[in-house]
Structure formats: C-alpha cells, structure tokens
Design a protein around this ligand. Sequence first.
Ligand code: AMP
Length: 389
Amino acid sequence: MVSAEKGNVAGPVLPPPATLGVIGGGQLGRMFVQAAQRMGYRTVVLSPTDDAPGAQAAHATVVAPPDHLPGIRAFVEQADAVTVEFENVSAPALRWAARRRPVRPGWRTVWVSQNRLREKGFLARHGFPLAPWRPVRTRDELTAAAQALGTPFILKTAASGYDGKGQVRVDDARNAEEAWSALGRVACVAEGWVTFASEVSVVAARGADGSAVTYPVGLNRHERHILDSTVMPAPVGPAVSQEAQTLALNVAQALGTVGVLTVEFFLTAEGALLVNELAPRPHNSGHLTIEAAVTSQYEQQVRALCGLPLGSTGLVSPAAMVNLLGDVWARGEPDWKAALGNDPGVKLHLYGKQTPKPGRKMGHLTVLDPDPETALARALAARRALTAR
Ligand code: AMP
C-alpha cells in the first residue's frame, strides 16, 4: 500500500442510511450497491432497464438512459450523493447534478477519461509515459500519423470504445484509409504498436481530503482484447510495482479525482511502464479485492463518495480472478457443481444478466492462494470444469 497524503477527511461525512446514487446499471454498479448496502446505505441506480445487474440489487431504480435530463433529475432527487459506474456519462448532466449533490468522481475526471484524445492529451501534458500517439481527425492527420508511427499501429476511436471495440490494427500504411473508414472516419487516436511483455493495472482510491491509496499491482491477461484473468500481486518485482503505484497516485492527483481510479499499463520487456488507459471507477482487474483485500475497491468508492476515511488496501491473500463470458454458456448451463465442488475455495460471482452472448461479461471466479500463480491455475481449472461435461 502506498499512501500519498494523510490527514483528516475534508468536508462533511455522509453517514448511513443516506441514499447513494450510481449512474449506470452494469456489474460495477451492482457491486458498488452491494458494498454500500453492507455499510447501511440505501441505493438508487440510474439504468436504461429495470432488470440490469445494478438495478436488480438497488433499493430503487430510475429507468432512463444516462443522458436523459428528466431521468437524471428524478434520479438526483432521490440521491444524497452521486457516483458513476462507467465513463460514458454526459459531462453537462454531471455538472448539473454537481450543483445539487456531491458528485464523485467529478465531471472533469469523467470528461477527460471518456475520450481517448482528451485522455492522451491530459497524460502527455502532465508528463506521464505513453506509447507514441497522434490525433486523427482529418485525412492529413491520418497520413501524418502513419508516417510518424510506422507500422504496425493501432487506430482507436476517441469516444465509446471498450473491450477492444472501435479499434483496428494497421499493418500496412496503404490500408490506413480503409481502417479509418471501417471506424466511420470519426475522431481517433493512432497509437504505435507496443510489443509489451505484460499488461498490468493499479486501482487507486483518493479521498476528498487528498489522501490516496493503491492496491498492489494486478497482472492482466487479455483474450480477444477482453480481460480474461488478473493475478494480484503481479510478479513484476518491487521497483516496477512501486513505480506503477506511484504513477497511479500521480494520475489521480493530477486529475484531482475523488473516488476510485484505475490506471492500465503496458510493461515493456525493458521494464518500462507506459500508461494505456484510465478508468475513473472500480475496474474488472479489481474484482478480486472483494475477497482478497481488507477493503474492496467498491467499499473504497463508497468511502470516498461519503467522505469517510479510505480503508486498508492490504491483501488478505494473493489471489486470481477469471472472467466468465457468455461463451461459457455456449453448450448449455455450465456445470456449477463440478466447478465449485472440485475446489471449495472457488468463489462464484454472477451479475444476474439474463442472456449470455459471446464476449459478454456474465460473472467471474476468484480464488485466494498463498501463491498467486497457483490461484490462477485453480481459477482456470474451475472455469474449465464449467464446460467439461
Ligand atoms: P484498450 O481498449 O486501449 O485497453 O485496448 C485493448 C487491448 O488491446 C489492450 O489491453 C492490449 O491488449 C491491446 N492493445 C491496445 N493498444 C495497443 C498497442 N498500442 N499496442 C499493442 N497492443 C495494444
């Protein structure tokens, strides 16, 4: 655990049973709601459907899209403080809400991190290490980017990309135009291809008083651009681990964010860390903190939102998490009995989604083990058992 600053919590504390509002109805909102309820808070969710994972768990739901003003107004009326579970929330709507209620993270943090051009610009201005990148908003910028970056490079839409959506790898500069067209010729970031040794992330939390903490570094493996597994602590050695945590704290401080902030990194073979992207919220790579840490990332989000002191990020045990995508249901109901019965240490989380689709995050498994790689092997074995019949 790294602490940036210590001190008394600034501003009034919002005590239970106040009502905490979360914008977004997904699994991150659901786990926030569950943490808030354990601490005695009431919860309200702004969700496009009343059966979304977060809506199923909350005390109340306002059914509306996140940029629907009457919906936001009704939601804010029911909430004593507001947070978000995803970054594609209208910044003007958050500003409107912030005039009425504490909103954490603030609109500026959300606005920066919901657009790759703004995010890269912000990180570059503050001197954070990045892969080489160029803005692509015009044909001339595309040509200039291809020249500057060489091939391969990767084109990513500036807005609304996640889990590898809105990304195209360009292997030959002559195909750059075609790749950009495939993305709809919208504003993009072009990024030099990074031959990384691994991908790691740090979940940080920052309070209203500027106090900040980080969890140990997580080692992330992706399949088809979607997170597949996380191991914590990452076996990256103390120097890289310290640097990643310091960078995450510095990003949180530079943004002045209050709440949870996740920083994803590429780690090169030479041991250099490059910031890949930011998430102004709990993160898939931090799910395992529910069982593995003294304070989960969701409880930290509650604490930061309510002006309570942040909790210890110490690990109870090293751990691993594997995602359960809709693919696991491809041949019918997964064999839960086998997966849980073979290893009683396996913890199952399902998000209550009705329809499994390939690539859709339906749930995850967490395993604690003194050896993090053994934790991963056990989690993977449990996942295989789900479909072994
Ligand atoms: P992102 O949505 O930017 O996190 O990208 C999703 C995944 O694509 C990353 O986790 C990497 O596995 C891969 N990726 C993204 N950008 C690059 C890059 N510049 N070089 C190599 N791989 C990348």
